[in-house]
Design a protein around this ligand. Sequence first.
Ligand SMILES: *Cc1c(COP(=O)(O)O)cnc(C)c1O
Length: 822
Amino acid sequence: MNVAIASAALQPSRLTPGTDVLANEILSCLRYRFGKDATVAKPHDWLAAAIRVVRDRVIDRWIESTKEAYDDSRKRVYYLSLEFLIGRLTRDAFSNLGMMEEMRAALHKLGVDLDVIAALEPDAALGNGGLGRLAACFMESMATVDVPAHGYGIRYENGMFRQEFSEGWQVELPETWLDYGNPWEFERRERSFEVGFGGLVEFAEGDDEKHVWKPIERVLAVAYDTPVVGWRGERVNTLRLWSAMPIDPIRLDAFNAGDHIGALRDFTKADTLSRVLYPADATPAGQELRLRQEYFFSAASLQDIVQRHLSQYGDLSTLGQKAAIHLNDTHPAIAVAELMRLLMDVHGFALEKAWDITRETFAYTNHTLLPEALESWPVHLLDRLLPRHMQIVYSVNSLLLKEARDKDTFSDDSIKRISLIDETGERRVRMGNLAFAGSHSINGVSALHTDLMKETVFADLHRLYPDRINNKTNGITPRRWLLQSNPGLTQLARETIGDGFLDDVTLLRDLEDYAKDGGFQEKFTGVKRRNKERLAALVVERLGVKVDPSAMFDIQIKRIHEYKRQLLNIIEAVAVYDQIRSHPEKEWVPRVKFFGGKAAPSYVNAKLIIKLANDVARVINRDPTVRGLLKIVFLPNYNVSLAEVMVPAADLSEQISTAGMEASGTGNMKFALNGALTIGTLDGANVEMQEHVGADNIVIFGLTAEEVAERRREGYSPRDVIAQSPELSQALSSISSGVFSPDDPDRYRGLMDGIYNTDWFMVAADFDAYTDAQRKVDAIWRDPQLWAEKSILNTARMGWFSSDRTIREYARDIWNTPTVGG
Ligand SMILES: *Cc1c(COP(=O)(O)O)cnc(C)c1O
C-alpha cells in the first residue's frame, strides 16, 4: 500500500521547512534531547524525535490560537467528557499540518520508514466506544471549523483495559500507554486545583444565608494538556486531562512510626481516581469510585473555567455569554450542582440568579435511552460524598417542581417523573433530569433517537420545556476516517474529482458520475482489494488464520452488547454453516465474518457471546466440508487503530441493533464512507444514512422501533416464532446442545434459553428477515459491477455525516458561536 502518494500533493502548509531542514532537526533532537546519534537510535527514539520536531510547529500554532481567543474575546466551548477515545495522534498531527510527506521524506533520508515507527505509538484508549470516539472526532472538528474549545476529561493511566483471549474467553489486562512517556502531552503543574469529598456543610460566619462546605478529603487535580490540531493546522485547541495527586504524598510521622502502608494511604487513594476508566457504558455502574471520578474531573474543570473567565472578564454574571459548557452524557452532570455551588457559596449569587447563569451556560447531549444506563446515584451516597451538592439538588428541585406545578397541566405522576429525586424504592438522584433541568439545550444524536427521547425518558420534561430538545445527528471526522485510514481511496478520489473534497467532504458527491464507469469501478475495487490484503495480513499475524481477500469481508466491530446483536450475526453464521453442509451443490458466496469488540468485565452475557463467537469460529474454520466458504475471525482488543485497518477493508458493514436501542452509531458512518454496503435495521443514524445513500444502496431489514415496541406491548412469544423457522430452530438447538462447546455442552444453554423464553432483543423476531437480507446481499455480490456501483454511491453520498457538519450545527444552535467554512 502506498501511503506516500496519498498526501503527496496536499499543499504544504506555510510551516513546512523542507526535507533537509527537517532531517537535520530530527538528528539534532535525537542528539540533544535523547543523547543518541543515528547509529544507536532505536525505532522508539526515531518516533520520539520525529514527533518533537513536528510538535514544535504545533506549539507555535497552539500559542497563537490561544492568544487569538483572548484577543477577540470569543466565546469558548468547554466539552466535558468522561471519555476520549483518541487512538494515535501522530499521523493526525502530521497530516493535518500538511507535513506528512516532508516528514516521510526526511525520515527516509535517514533510513527510517515513517509507517513502521508510527505503528509503535500506543493508542490513547480512554473510552469504551462510540461516545468516547465522538468526543475525539468533535475535538478535531472544533479545531477544524475554528471553534475555540477545550476538551476536559481524565488522564486514565491504565486506560480501560486491553483485551486478550484465553481459550476464547475475554481476559482484561491493564493498558500501558504511558510506559514510554507521552510526547503529545504537557504537564501543567501550575494548573492544579483542589477537589474535596465528604465532610460537612456549615453556615458562613455571621451569615446564615451563606453555606460553606468543609470537605474532609482533598486531592489535587493536575492538568495535562494535549494539543488538538485542526485540518490544515489553522487552529490548535487543547484537550486538558486531569490526573489525581495526593496533597501530601506521604505522612512522614506515620512512616517513621513504622506504618509504611498507612503513610501512603492518601497517595493510593488519589492515585486510584485516575487509574482506570470504569467501563460502565450501558451497564449499571453502582460504584462509588465512578461517582468520585465524575466529580473529580467536573470540579477541576469548573474551577479552571471560572478562573479563566474571571481573569478575562472579572465577573461571573457574563459566564453564559462567554462560555458554553457541554455535557457529553450525564457523566459530568454533577457539574451543574458544582457551578451552582461556586456561584452561590463562593461568589455570592442568589439561588435564582445562579440558576439562570447555570442554565444559560450548560448544554447536554443524551446518548442512550436504555433504562439501565440512565445514571442515578443513591441520595445517601451523595449525602456522604458531596453533602453541599445534595442540598443544592434539593434547592433546584424545588424551583423545578414549582415551575411544573404552576403550569397546572402536570399530574402528580408527571411531577414525580420530572423530579430530580426518584422516590420509587431507594431514593436516588436522577442525573439525566439534573442535566436536563440545568441546561438550555438537550440534544439527541440522531433523528430517531431525538424523537424517542421526547416520547420516553424526557416526555414530561419536554412538555415542561418544549424548546429545549433538539437533534444533532452524529458525525465522524473524514480526516482520520478517510484521508489517514484509506490513503488509496483518497488518492483515487483526488485523481478523479480533484482536491476540493479534502476541505469539504460533501464534494465526494462528484464521484456519483463515475459510479457506473467500468474503468473507475475497477480502480475503486482495486483499492478495496489492497485494503483487504492488508487486513488479511494482520489476521495472519495476530491469529495465524488465513483468509482469502477475494471472499466478502463482512464486519461487525463495536462493543459487545445484547442490543447490538452480535448474537444474531453468530446464529446466522451457524445457520449458514448448516446450509453449506446440507446443500453442497448450491453456489455459496465465500464470506469471512469479522468480529471485534470488548465486553464490560461485569457483563456476563456479553462475555459469553465473545466465547461463543470464538467457539463457533474454531469449529467452522477447521471443518473441511465448509471448503473455506465461511470463516469467522474475532480480532482481540478492538480499538481505534484496529478500526483504521478494518473499516477500509470491509465489503459489508453489520449495523443490526434492535430498532430503537442504538442512539446513533458512528461505526456505521465510517464503513459507508469507505465504500462498504450496510446491512442494518432502521435504527439510530441508519435511518438517515438510508435517506442519504438511497434505499437501493443499503440493505435494510427487520422490525422498526415502533414495531418492536408494539410486539413488546402485545406480549411477544419467541417460542412461536422459533417454531415457525426451521433454520433458526436448528441453529439454536445445535448451539444449546453443545455442538460448539463439546468440552462443556451446557455452556450456552442459558444464553439460548434467554432467546426461547424472553428474547428482549428480538433476535428470533428478526432472524428470518435477517437471513433474507443476507441472501439479498449475496445476490448483489454475485454481480460485481452492481456491487461496485452501490459501493461507490455510498462513498459519494456520505459526506453529510462529517463531524464538521455536526459541530457547525452545535455551534449555530446550541453554543451560539461562529464557525468557518461550510
Ligand atoms: C467508531 C468506534 C466505535 C463506535 O462504533 P459503533 O458501531 O457506532 O458502536 C467504537 N469503538 C471504536 C474504536 C470506534 O472507532
